[in-house]
Design a protein around this ligand. Structure first.
Ligand code: ZN
Length: 197
């Protein structure tokens, strides 16, 4: 058999109601070829959806603490290169908050307003195992908070105000049942496949 490591793959995205999306992911102990392959596949999967700007490993069914982000299409972040974050930890949150609309590849039925810190400090390992500590602001800080939340089993729906949450209830019910259309492969809450439309 040919060495498959060189081939990237588009992976199905897990529904936010799937159990793997509700639990804390495991720390990466070694950045080996398997982890590097998952990172490459995560970027491939994110670009395939054409609208993802970030993806956490549990969103593609992998129980490890890995995030990929690419916000270069967002105004003001044109020079930001793709980011791989392994075992990321947010070490500081600004008191200054901002409310913005968020979406999520695991919740394709809903875009809604979430309050987040405007600025954060975050540390992680990059793909070469180098320790990075950096600050982020605005949309990038928001994307990082959203993705690190995923690694802790938290989805943006959990962060909506009580009012927004109640308004989103019926949409979320349909998501849970798999009763929605989406143009990329997904895995339903019960582990069955959800077709791509
Ligand atoms: Zn998400």
């Amino acid at each position: 058999m040919k060495n498959q490591r060189n081939y990237m793959a588009v992976l199905p995205i897990y529904n936010s109601f799937h159990p793997i999306m509700k639990q804390k992911t495991k720390q990466v102990l070694e950045i080996n070829d398997e982890v590097k392959k998952i990172v490459a596949d995560m970027f491939e999967t994110m670009y395939y959806t054409k609208r993802g700007v970030g993806l956490a490993a549990n969103q593609v069914g992998k129980d490890i603490s890995v995030v990929v982000i690419d916000v270069h299409t967002v105004k003001g972040f044109e020079n930001e290169l793709p980011i791989t974050m392994i075992n990321p930890v947010i070490t500081e949150y600004s008191d200054e908050k901002e409310i913005c609309e968020e979406g999520c590849l695991s919740i394709p039925v809903l875009y809604d307003d979430v309050e987040r810190s405007l600025n954060i400090k975050i540390k992680y390992l990059d793909i070469t195992e180098k320790e990075i500590e950096r600050t982020a602001t605005g949309f990038l800080a928001r994307a990082m908070q959203h993705e690190v939340d995923h690694l802790n089993g938290i989805n943006f729906y959990d962060r909506l105000s009580p009012l927004r949450k109640s308004l989103a209830k019926s949409k979320m019910k349909r998501l849970k049942k798999g009763d929605y259309d989406v143009d990329y492969f997904m895995i339903n809450a019960d582990g069955t496949e959800h077709p791509e439309n």
